[in-house]
Design a protein around this ligand. Structure first.
Ligand code: HEM
Ligand SMILES: [Ca+2]
Length: 817
């Protein structure tokens, strides 16, 4: 892959990249480019408008009359078309028009033919997508298969075998260094993020440690193989492997209830593991590993090192108060709850931190999985504390069982589906531990003093701070992280138990199992409905929600399930785009008795002991504005995350987000901007005068800007919380969460074995966040809600009493046998 920016390609002699990542001048291409350019000049004007222009959001329809798609192909958003080689398109768009060859330009009217996606939108914003399989690419994230070196053969089989043996022994040897560090802990199972709010290990860790070590060994072997053969001997490794992602045993493919681990949601051949616990994350674009296999992205397109993650965070992100004009802290908090439903980054096990206890340097015996963030001696905050090293463990990788992919693929330790996994857990055993095994309910702490139920107590070390006298167990190990997150967990637990209780009243003959599974089915349906109806249109805006078909189908079944759609999260989405939420976290949480620093509420939900604390908190979350998505980040996150007693500082989550992006080798921001139909930032000025000059002092080239940085700096779309690039990535992911989930609440009997009847579906679609809050208030007579619970109060969103008939109620009559 060329590391050249469009600007360099224009101004300098063409450069070839050789397999070890070094660059050397390339004479022939230079001549060819010149000839191509000369040949092109006379025809440039006669060519139809470029995809780049035509797909620019907001482009004038009359300037670019839409075209219809050929028979069989359908008009979709570019990101929704797996048949298109996205990377080829991005490379094409990154070049100025005079460097695009005539055949490529013809693609614009064939492969990259644009079309009108939605009449109501009236703009040519779609692309004609050929039917799946037509171009022979895999249905699963074909962007990944573009690794050239992978297809090459290297000599006869016996030579290959020898090379492979050498590479494997290198791989084993390297792996030992990782294992030696991790062995000090319980079987090497400990999640290295334990002390970093990434959560303590779930009691029933669904991903066997052996599989994680196997994944690591695979990438280490692959790296060694590339080194030995100078990048050409990859096929040997491939031949030796099973070359098939495993299948789950789907004993009950048409079960009415989804599995906890997400397996067997898809029952087509090859799909049974899609979206399940431990399944690798996908990619929107191929990764930009320095060595093409697993070395993190560290080098600029200009060949220098990228600025460190902490330097970027401290220079660009400041703790400034900018309340959002429309949305409240409940929207922020629901976002975090939702994030924990679909993703949990698993990091490499290690028994030591990366840095010395005083943070002054890297620990010599640190695990090779450490990718500590360097802190400069002039750091505006950490310097005074002598900190030069910030802990960061690399993400674990999945075994390379899918032989079309020869690079590290990170995995999610929770089910990727929006299936209430933070409530129910991600394995059957975990769910069993959370169930009361009576009346279909979940275990809870029920005391009159609390006015209603709270989650049961968690005693595992590391789940909360040592001084917390109350700590909760839920389906997700991160639930105690923030006091307002505990409130959302409590709300969902109460809703489950309330529904189970009412179902039991209606159907006294139902046993515990039926009550539990039916209540779970209903609660997950409500959750999905609230996500798609109330949450998403606010985050990505109504326009994107329409483009991607994210609005609910009111009173009707949706027919969008496809067994070719993989719902798994992509690295870009979970490592960058959906972390937009970190910018919305306020520095202080408004509680009934006054504001408190957000970080003071981390991992300590003790105050839930106080009577009516839950009710008060939910009300104040609705009144307090969240923060806008931009360069403003609370120092609760950038200075005091994971702060330990007696320490005047913690770690920097914004720096961690940037570092995580490089760990996953996420491509630079500009590539995604182009994918979203924008011309790309050609100069730093494109980021605005103030931010442009800051960025130019940090990065050597606009093509270096990290996706997370560029994404949060984008001005929000009108009527949305995030900017266009994040909106595109988020919408695309949520469209797969819907189209790739057989059990999605509105999918009908044609695909969904657990479908609701139409009257039941209509009842579920009455659910709103406000309705949920009211139904589960400690004291409904004292509780007020905003009908649009994620929005701030305004003329059309005045508080109403929970007892008011205006607040909808879930009508469970439809579930009576
Ligand atoms: C005070 C509030 C929050 C804190 C302290 C927090 C903290 C964290 C931490 C420590 C990580 C793991 C970082 C890493 O090692 O890579 C993380 C990941 C993440 N956060 Fe947050 N977060 C907060 C709020 C939010 C919100 C509001 C959202 C979204 C709306 C969000 C979305 C995410 C996502 C998508 C991930 C990746 C999850 C994964 O795969 O592990 N977070 N957060
Ligand atoms: Ca899930």
């Amino acid at each position: 892959m060329s590391r050249l920016s469009s600007k360099e390609q224009r101004l300098e002699a063409p450069v070839c990249t050789v397999s070890d990542g070094r660059m050397k001048p390339c004479v022939w291409p230079a001549v060819l480019v010149l000839l191509g350019f000369l040949a092109l000049v006379p025809i440039i004007d006669s060519i139809s408008p470029s995809v780049e222009q035509s797909s620019r959001v907001g482009a004038n329809a009359s300037q670019h009359p839409p075209q219809s798609c050929a028979f069989g192909s359908s008009c979709v958003r570019l990101l929704q078309c797996p048949e298109i080689d996205r990377m080829a398109l991005v490379r094409y768009l990154s070049r100025p028009p005079y460097l695009r060859s005539p055949p490529e330009r013809r693609w614009e009217t064939s492969f990259w033919r644009r079309c009108t996606l939605d009449d109501s939108v009236g703009q040519p914003v779609g692309i004609c997508c050929p039917p799946l399989g037509l171009t022979g690419s895999e249905p699963w994230h074909p962007a990944e298969s573009g690794e050239e070196s992978f297809e090459r053969t290297n000599g006869p089989a016996n030579e290959d075998d020898e090379v492979l043996l050498r590479a494997e022994s290198f791989g084993r040897w390297e792996l030992e260094k990782f294992r030696a560090n991790a062995n000090a802990i319980d079987g090497g199972l400990l999640d290295g993020a334990m002390h970093l709010h990434g959560g303590f290990p779930v009691p029933h860790d669904a991903i066997p440690a052996a599989s994680l070590w196997a994944g690591l060994k695979d990438v280490l072997t692959q790296q060694a193989l590339n080194r030995i053969t100078n990048g050409t001997g990859v096929k040997a490794f491939r031949r030796k492997k099973r070359c098939l992602l495993g299948e789950a045993r789907c004993d009950k493919p048409h079960s009415r209830y989804r599995r906890f681990d997400g397996r067997c949601n898809n029952i087509a051949p090859g799909g049974s593991l899609w979206g399940s616990v431990g399944y690798p994350m996908g990619r929107v674009l191929p990764p930009a590993y320095d060595d093409g296999v697993w070395s993190p992205r560290t080098v600029s397109v200009a060949g220098r090192y990228l600025p460190t993650a902490r330097k970027l965070s401290s220079a660009l992100f400041a703790d400034l108060h900018q309340p959002h004009a429309h949305y409240n802290v409940l929207l922020m908090q629901f976002g975090q709850f939702l994030a924990h439903d679909f993703s949990r980054n698993k990091v490499i096990a290690a028994s030591t931190k990366c840095c010395t206890a005083d943070g002054s340097r890297r620990l010599p015996e640190a695990s090779p999985g450490c990718m500590a963030i360097p802190v400069s001696s002039g750091d505006e905050f950490y310097a005074q504390h002598g900190v030069r090293c910030m802990h960061f463990m690399r993400s674990a990788v999945a075994p390379m069982d899918d032989c079309s992919v020869a690079h590290g693929r990170q995995l999610s330790a929770v089910s990727h589906f929006i299936d209430g996994s933070p409530i129910y857990g991600v394995t059957k055993e975990q769910a069993n531990g959370l169930r009361a095994h009576e009346g279909g309910r979940l275990k809870s702490l029920n005391h009159r003093r609390y006015h209603n139920e709270l989650p049961p107590i968690e005693r595992a070390e590391g789940a909360c701070e040592k001084w917390a006298t109350l700590c909760f167990r839920t389906g997700d190990g991160r639930s105690n992280q923030l006091i307002s997150l505990v409130a959302v967990h409590t709300l969902m637990l109460r809703e489950h138990n309330r529904v189970a209780w009412n179902l039991q009243r209606l159907n006294p003959h139902w046993k515990d199992g039926t009550l539990f599974h039916e209540a779970r089915r209903i609660v997950v349906g409500q959750l999905q409905h609230i996500v798609y109806n109330e949450y998403l249109p606010k985050v990505v805006g109504k326009w994107y929600a329409t483009l991607y078909g994210l609005h609910p189908t009111w009173g009707e079944y949706s027919d969008s399930y496809s067994d070719r759609v993989d719902p798994s999260v992509t690295s870009e989405f979970t490592v960058a785009a959906f972390r937009f939420g970190h910018s919305t976290v306020p520095s202080k949480l408004e509680l009934k008795d006054g504001p408190v620093d957000t970080w003071h509420t981390f991992l300590d939900p003790t105050r839930f002991r106080e009577q009516s604390f839950y009710d008060d908190l939910l009300q104040s979350m609705q009144r307090q504005p969240m923060q806008t998505v931009d360069e403003r980040f609370s120092s609760s996150l950038t200075r005091f995350l994971d702060v330990k007693p007696g320490h005047p500082y913690g770690v920097d989550l914004s720096a961690i987000n940037i570092q995580r992006g490089r760990d996953h080798a996420i491509r630079p921001y500009n590539d995604y901007l182009r994918l979203a139909g924008k011309p790309g930032a050609h100069s730093f000025d494109d980021f605005g005068p103030a931010m442009g000059s800051k960025l130019s002092a940090l990065y050597s080239h606009p093509d270096d800007v990290d996706l997370y940085v560029g994404g949060v700096l984008e001005p929000p779309i009108e009527g949305a919380v995030v900017g266009e690039t994040f909106a595109e990535l988020i919408s695309e992911q949520f469209s797969r969460f819907k189209r790739g989930d057989r059990y999605f609440y509105s999918h009908g009997p044609d695909s969904n074995p657990g479908h609701f009847t139409l009257p039941q579906l209509k009842a579920i679609q009455q659910s709103t966040m406000a309705a949920l809050i009211c139904a589960n208030a400690g004291d409904a007579h004292e509780m007020y809600v905003l009908p649009d619970a994620f929005a701030l109060p305004h003329e059309a969103n005045r508080p109403v009493a929970c007892t008011s008939p205006e607040v909808p109620r879930l009508d469970l009559q439809w579930w009576k046998d």
